[in-house]
Design a binder for this molecule. Structure first.
Ligand SMILES: *Cc1c(COP(=O)(O)O)cnc(C)c1O
Length: 476
């Protein structure tokens, strides 16, 4: 017989009660995880009806855990993109390492405060270690400092603010920055959030391989200087979202140095390929950046919610973000120890470091290198096989793990060819084994295969190729 919980204890749980709850949730999670390969690659039928059916009032009283788990696993979760499954080749993939899920459980259950060093020096040190590992992967010197963010967008935001504070006066509205027409939209968003009018972000054209044109960049900078602007920053893409193109990182490093620009490399998608030998070659020059964005929730396969910014001269990251509050504990004035609130827009924050520390310590970085190498191989395989398919045109050799292609169509009718390719995309996805997305580059609608899930292997890639072949016959 259980005694009724006293009203002032209703939110508390004993260790045993917590275990029972986690066990009940685990039963659902385990079944879900084991079924990932046979779940459809995406399922959105009845989406609006489902969303409406799930509207609910603020609950005055509780319900049973069973009922709530049922709502989650039987109703809400299944109507979605299967972002964790092996067939997810859309956008820039998901996956979601389960080691990190365990890390989140631990981090939330102990709920220590990692915004300031003094509140949990050991845990902050573990996250600092993680950031040093990331700096090492980039090839940065020991002076580098970094911060884990919620994603690449926030990392790009902090990069723009850091560059602005370092390179421009407080009145900065004549500062101009340069990105290619293939840059991620979060860079322009970062600039506007950092206070720049959108027109101060110069969009530089890219070449036939979708890389920023250095001649056009040089010309744009010269023109702006003549007009009295202050060029202060150039953002390179190390793996564009559209096609996976990597800018000429060495050429841009040289140009940024000559022009005294802050050199930021947005390597949110591509950066972790530096763990592999091929990736390191493609990314050569990244180590010369002033700052680099890396997304562990892309290239390290983490669950969504972890990006990072690494800054070559850590003092500049601190200068842009440090503030004081009389109510805060004493901050560290030694460079040895970091208060994360001094290098980030956040004060209170989740203990993100554990999501990286636990998997990296458990399995070692070698397992990640092997997985990334496998993705490079798979993308090359896709590209070769598509190249052999009659009626399919591979737009550009993959540099990393994104392959862009399209059905060539049979005439100069651009709209007709685009429509054909939209039908092709639908016909592939309708088969439910893989989920691809498209993009429009230079007026051409292209299909993308982005291989970046640790669960995607050769067998699923063969299914992807089979489905493209079959879909092509269907729509032609
Ligand atoms: C994904 C991506 C971003 C944005 O990152 P989020 O983690 O989604 O905020 C920025 N730049 C590039 C190149 C990306 O691939």
């Amino acid at each position: 017989m259980t005694r009724p919980t006293p009203p002032d204890h209703q939110l508390e749980m004993s260790g045993a009660e917590f275990t029972a709850m986690v066990d009940a949730a685990m039963e659902r999670i385990a079944a879900h995880v084991d079924s990932l390969p046979v779940q459809p690659s995406h399922h959105l039928e009845g989406a609006a009806a489902l969303a409406r059916a799930l509207e609910e009032p603020l609950p005055e009283r509780g319900s049973s855990l069973d009922e709530l788990l049922h709502t989650l696993f039987n109703r809400a979760v299944p109507t979605s993109f299967n972002t964790a499954g092996p067939g997810y080749l859309a956008y820039i993939p998901g996956g979601g390492l389960l080691h990190s899920a365990v890390a989140d459980l631990i981090a939330d259950a102990v709920n220590r405060y990692t915004g300031v060093w003094l509140a949990a020096p050991g845990l902050v040190q573990l996250e600092t270690n993680v950031l040093q590992w990331l700096a090492e992967i980039v090839g940065f010197p020991a002076s580098a400092l970094g911060v884990l963010t919620s994603g690449g967008s926030l990392a790009n935001f902090s990069a723009v603010v850091t560059a602005r504070v370092d390179r421009l006066p407080e009145d900065f509205l004549d500062g101009t920055m340069y990105v290619s027409d293939q840059a991620h939209h979060s860079v322009v968003k970062a600039a506007t959030l950092a206070g720049f009018p959108q027109r101060n972000v110069r969009i530089v054209p890219s070449d036939e391989r979708f890389r920023m044109r250095l001649d056009a960049l040089g010309a744009a900078i010269a023109k702006d200087r003549r007009a009295g602007y202050r060029p202060f920053m150039v953002v390179a893409s190390a793996g564009t979202t559209n096609t996976g193109a990597v800018d000429d990182l060495r050429g841009l490093a040289d140009l940024a140095a000559t022009e005294h620009l802050w050199y930021h490399v947005d390597a949110a998608y591509g950066g972790f390929f530096a763990l592999t030998e091929r990736g390191r070659r493609v990314l050569a020059g990244m180590e010369r950046a002033d700052s680099v964005t890396l997304d562990p929730h892309k290239g390290l396969f983490l669950p969504y919610g972890t990006g990072s910014l690494l800054v070559r001269d850590g003092r500049l990251l601190r200068r842009a973000h440090a503030t004081e509050g009389a109510y805060l504990p004493a901050m560290q004035d030694r460079t040895e120890f970091v208060d994360f609130c001094q290098v980030s827009p956040e004060l209170s924050r989740p203990f993100r470091g554990l999501r990286l520390w636990l998997p990296l310590r458990l399995v070692g970085v070698g397992a990640f290198r092997d997985a990334l190498d496998e993705k490079l191989d798979l993308a090359r395989h896709v590209s070769r096989e598509l190249d052999r398919m009659r009626g399919i045109e591979v737009i550009v050799e993959p540099e990393l793990s994104i392959v862009v292609f399209r059905a060539s169509g049979d005439g100069p009718d651009a709209e007709g060819t685009n429509a054909l390719n939209r039908r092709l995309l639908d016909a592939v996805n309708r088969r439910g084994r893989v989920f691809l997305t498209g993009t429009t580059v230079g007026g051409r609608f292209l299909l993308r295969v982005c291989v970046l899930s640790f669960r995607t292997h050769r067998d699923r890639i063969e299914q992807c190729l089979e489905d493209i072949r079959a879909a092509l016959t269907e729509v032609l």
